[in-house]
Design a protein around this ligand. Sequence first.
Ligand code: NAD
Length: 237
Amino acid sequence: MSRSVLVTGGNRGIGLAIARAFADAGDKVAITYRSGEPPKDLTAAGVLAVKCDITDAEMVEQAYKEIEEKHGAVEVLVANAGITKDQLLMRMSEEDFTSVLDTNLTGTFRVVKRANRGMLRAKKGRVVLISSVVGLYGSPGQANYAASKAGLVGFARSLARELGSRNLTFNVVAPGFVDTDMTQVLTDEQRANIVSQVPLGRYAKPEEIAAAVKFLASDDASYITGAVIPVDGGLGM
Ligand code: NAD
């Protein structure tokens, strides 16, 4: 059965792998992206790409209107868009903090709230939020990012309790270190240090995160809600 799936930040990295996984399964996939151009092969394969900054409530509303017109109400939402602005606390400006919270946490609130309108009407829905192991265990220089990603866990679990009786599920995937643009900023030494702490001895491929997301959105996960699934090569255990 082909579902209307929305992946925020689906033009690259983990979001792109998630969008491809759903598109390959025959779903009607829409992605939002903030800047640049979405990959041509993705749009050629029928994926609807909508430019949308999730910090802008009006853009979010317009994006949903376009998706609903072309694909129908969103049945599976993957809230993946996120940013980092790493800094040690004493050098972290208020803007460094609030901009990360506004994108990762409040931006997710915006897209989830809007998706729920259609899901409540349909009496079913699947929401998967992309958090991070950093949100579960913390990381020096990433207090803003960790706070935003930990916030997603409380957000999802509250909604799982609030809306379980309406047949909506809310789950969280917490990736470890994944080979994407976001982790390209690390030095070779930092990368080697991280890999040495990962029991599986390597970074994740974006497709490995996508596989967990796809499972949580599938019928096989029909009795799973409020779960936080680490996909971290054993890093956090
Ligand atoms: P990335 O930087 O390659 O992609 C981030 C995506 O988010 C991009 O598509 C970007 O356009 C989008 N985005 C950012 N701000 C936005 C905004 N205001 N409005 C709309 N879209 C916006 O990063 P990635 O590594 O693919 O990360 C994807 C998600 O996974 C993020 O939430 C990130 O925090 C999380 N994550 C990544 C890793 C990792 O190691 N790469 C680990 C754990 C969690």
